[in-house]
Design a protein around this ligand. Structure first.
Ligand SMILES: NC(=O)C1=CN([C@@H]2O[C@H](COP(=O)(O)OP(=O)(O)OC[C@H]3O[C@@H](n4cnc5c(N)ncnc54)[C@H](OP(=O)(O)O)[C@@H]3O)[C@@H](O)[C@H]2O)C=CC1
Ligand SMILES: Nc1nc(O)c(N)c(N[C@@H]2O[C@H](COP(=O)(O)O)[C@@H](O)[C@H]2O)n1
Length: 206
């Protein structure tokens, strides 16, 4: 058993979630409210290690009232600075790693749950079993989104299209790519114009 998995990102017209200089502030104020409303509706929010390093996010509720989800970081290297905000403000954080680095050992002493994993689908199953997580919101970045899509454990994709063009940078799904004829196809569930008048909100389901 695994949780229901929703990828949620805001991208440019050309499908980028960050520019070549890592700039990634794409959302209007209504989009931030949507993002935080979804955080309030899920049990866990997951990010990749590079998003943790570059953004140093809190992943808590600011633009919506509700219960904070647990935070989850996925890393291969285990290279995560114990000084990151996510490790120093509540609620709980879980790290899935393939390498038990010294910094992760230090984090264990701070109350961070450090777990090893083989595949992302296994990590999701562990979240379900060990932490009673039934819904996960994945907030990027591109490499994590790609890995999840490649493993076939994505149930829903929510994308806000912001009216910018980066021309290069991080793609919303940033990997080595599917052969075109074998690429996953999702079903359009809903599409609407944001209250700001400039963004489009798309929801696709498996
Ligand atoms: N506009 C938006 O909505 C969003 C934008 N962003 C932006 O995206 C950028 C980051 O994206 P990106 O560079 O793709 O990085 P990611 O955030 O996807 O992190 C990549 C890292 O996560 C770990 N990881 C990912 N998949 C796996 C896996 N299957 N197994 C093990 N470890 C894994 C690895 O960690 P390690 O390096 O430790 O081995 C990998 O190097 C940032 O600039 C951020 O600001 C991020 C989220 C949302
Ligand atoms: N929805 C959305 N729109 C953007 O423009 C973004 N840059 C992101 N980034 C994600 O949100 C995290 C920041 O969270 P906090 O505000 O610190 O709680 C960031 O790390 C990305 O995962 N998302």
């Amino acid at each position: 058993m695994r949780p229901y998995i929703i990828i949620s990102s805001t991208m440019t017209i050309d499908g980028k979630i960050a520019a070549k200089d890592s700039f990634s502030e794409l959302s209007c104020r209504y989009d931030k409210i949507r993002q935080h409303m979804l955080r309030a509706q899920v049990d866990a929010v997951m990010i990749g290690a590079r998003t943790a390093r570059v953004d140093n996010p809190r992943l808590t509720l600011k633009y919506y009232t509700g219960k904070n989800p647990i935070r989850v970081i996925v890393t291969n290297s285990g290279d995560l600075d114990p000084g990151l905000k996510i490790f120093n403000i509540p609620p709980s954080t879980v790290v899935y790693t393939r390498n038990l680095s010294d910094s992760l050992k230090e984090l264990t002493k701070k109350g961070v749950y450090v777990r090893t994993f083989s595949t992302l689908c296994d990590a999701m199953a562990d979240l379900y079993k060990t932490f009673s997580v039934r819904t996960v919101m994945v907030e990027g970045g591109g490499k994590l989104n790609w890995s999840l899509m490649k493993e076939g454990c994505v149930d829903e994709v929510r994308v806000t299209v912001s009216p910018r063009v980066f021309g290069s940078g991080t793609s919303i799904f940033d990997g080595d790519g599917f052969p075109g004829s074998m690429s996953p196809t999702l079903k359009l569930h809903s599409a609407y114009r944001c209250q700001c008048g400039e963004e489009i909100v798309l929801i696709y389901k498996k």
